[in-house]
Each structure stands twice: as C-alpha cells, then as structure tokens.
Design a protein around this ligand. Structure first.
Ligand SMILES: Nc1ncnc2c1ncn2[C@@H]1O[C@H](COP(=O)(O)OP(=O)(O)OP(=O)(O)O)[C@@H](O)[C@H]1O
Ligand SMILES: [Mg+2]
Length: 276
C-alpha cells in the first residue's frame, strides 16, 4: 500500500495519469503473463514478423495498432499458438506454448478466450449452444452447470433472454457480444480480440468498450485487442504497440499520449494524422 502511495505521488508529480501509473507499476512488479521472445513468423517463404519480442502483463489492456496487412492478426495467432514459429519462443503463464506442429495449445486454450476478426458464431447453433461449445470441448462439467455458466455469461454481456436465438436473429453488435460471451465461457485469464468494433456504430462500439473495460476491471482479465478505432484505443488501452509491415515488427510502444507525441518517426506521425 505504501509502495502504491509512493508511486502515486511520484507519478502525479511527474504528470503521468493514474492509468499510466498503474500500467507502469504492473510492468515493474509483475512477471509477464505472455512473453514472446524473438519470434519469427512466415507464411511459406514470406516472413511477416521478424525477431519480434513482446511482454504482456497481468491485468493490462494492450492494444495492437498498425496499417492493414502489417501482421497484427498474424501476431495475434502466433501468440495463441496457432501458427508455427520459424524462430523464437512464446511463454504463456510461465509455460512454453506448444506450437501447432507439437499438437497445438489445447491446455493453453483453456486460459485464453478469443474473438477472431471474423467473429464467427456457428450459424446453425443457437447463441446458448455457441457459448456452451468451449465448455463442452475443454471441460467435463455436467450439462446443468454448463447451462448455468451460459446464462451467467449471457447476462454479463447484456444478452439475457437471447439464449435460444440464432445468430442471424441478432444485430451485428449483439452478435459481437455473443461472441464475447463465448470467448469468456471458460473464465479465461486472457482475452484476445481482433477488431471487436469493426462494423459497429460509434455508440454500440462504445458500449462494447464498456463491457470490455468492466471485464478487465471486475475480473482482472488481461486483454489484448487489435483495433483501428482511435476512440476505442483512447477509452480502453493501458498500453499500445504499433507494428509495421516493412519493419516486420514493433516500431513503437507506449501510451496513446506518448505515441501521438512522437515527432521523429514519419510512419507513426502519418498513422495518427490520418486517424485524427
Ligand atoms: N494464411 C495466410 N497465408 C498467406 N499469407 C497470409 C495469410 N494470412 C495473412 N497473410 C499475409 O500476411 C500479411 C499480414 O496479414 P495479417 O492478416 O496479419 O494483417 P493485419 O495487420 O491483421 O491486417 P488487417 O488490418 O487488414 O486485418 C499480409 O500480407 C497477408 O496477405
Ligand atoms: Mg487482421
């Protein structure tokens, strides 16, 4: 407590916000929940990420930014063990992430909830069946308990009463929230979102951000989110990394204010100039 108070004073004197402060404290005191060490990822001979290192800390919301095609989804898929690494290693929660050729990350997937870019729910299944799927796949919980968890997850994302609907009967924003409920089904330590607000109107997008922040705040879930929405980044991200396709890796890391104030890198300046 004393440590927090001291840090609070130091950071306030230095002009950092409380959000900056908590992120920096997390970086100082916690070992990373995810550590990517010098990873290289390629599709065939085409290298997309070269010697990339990244730490993700417990309890933070990390946003991944960068131009289309720079490798955000590729990094995302690599971090959850869905791609074979050409080099380097990934550790999740202290354990080396087995690559797809080593049988894949089945155990790790219990700790990770994922909302893919396509967000795809299975259209032939009800919302409840979609959310129950990871519970059936990765746990041996009895049917009655699974039903209770599904109801709880639906309530958490504001979709109570829609358990028996099919995805096509929900709006785009509701489908995203249903996919979020499915990602949270196993009460994961980490949630990965690939462009959760794509295709949503600004108000629905802000509501989804509120849900994401509430999950982070109330459950302490570590969240990695890829997004092109600057408003969303400014609302939810504690820390940002920016990828660049030519560099094949990370060209900037920091808070939004820090990245927006970069003057000596045209790639970063141009990115924020267009987004503004
Ligand atoms: N399965 C694949 N096979 C071959 N090349 C791929 C594959 N997936 C992605 N790529 C290529 O890798 C590069 C990075 O793609 P990625 O999907 O990671 O980009 P991104 O930053 O997520 O882009 P966006 O913002 O458009 O989603 C692109 O050049 C893309 O064409
Ligand atoms: Mg992508």
């Amino acid at each position: 407590m004393l440590f927090l108070l001291c840090c609070s004073t130091i950071f306030l004197v230095c002009g950092f916000s409380e959000k900056d402060m908590m992120t920096r404290i997390a970086g100082i005191t916690n070992s990373p929940l995810i550590r990517a060490s010098d990873i290289t990822v390629a599709y065939g001979d085409e290298i997309i990420l070269k010697n990339v290192s990244l730490d993700v800390y417990q309890g933070e919301i990390l946003a991944i930014l960068g131009r289309s095609g720079c490798g955000k989804t590729t990094l995302f898929r690599a971090l959850i063990g869905l791609l074979e690494l050409k080099g380097g290693e990934i550790f999740v929660d202290g354990e080396k992430c087995p690559s797809i050729v080593e049988g894949g990350p089945k155990d790790l997937m219990k700790k990770i909830g994922v909302l893919f870019q396509s967000g795809a729910l299975f259209s032939s299944m009800t919302i409840a069946e979609n959310i129950a799927l990871p519970l059936i796949q990765y746990s041996s919980l009895p049917h009655e308990l699974i039903e209770k968890i599904v109801a709880l997850r639906l309530a958490e994302v504001g979709l109570a009463g829609h358990a028996q609907s099919f995805p096509s009967e929900l709006s785009g924003g509701m489908q995203k929230r249903a996919a979020l409920a499915r990602a949270m089904a196993l009460d994961p330590k980490m949630l990965f979102f690939d462009e959760p607000s794509a295709g949503l109107d600004p108000v629905t997008s802000a509501e989804l951000d509120e849900t994401i922040m509430a999950i982070n705040r109330e459950l302490g879930t570590t969240i990695i989110v890829i997004t092109h929405e600057l408003a969303s980044v400014s609302r939810i991200a504690h820390r940002i990394i920016m990828l660049d396709g030519q560099e094949k890796g990370i060209i900037a890391e920091g808070t939004l204010a820090e990245l927006k104030s970069v003057e000596n890198d045209k790639r970063i300046r141009d990115f924020f100039a267009v987004l503004n």
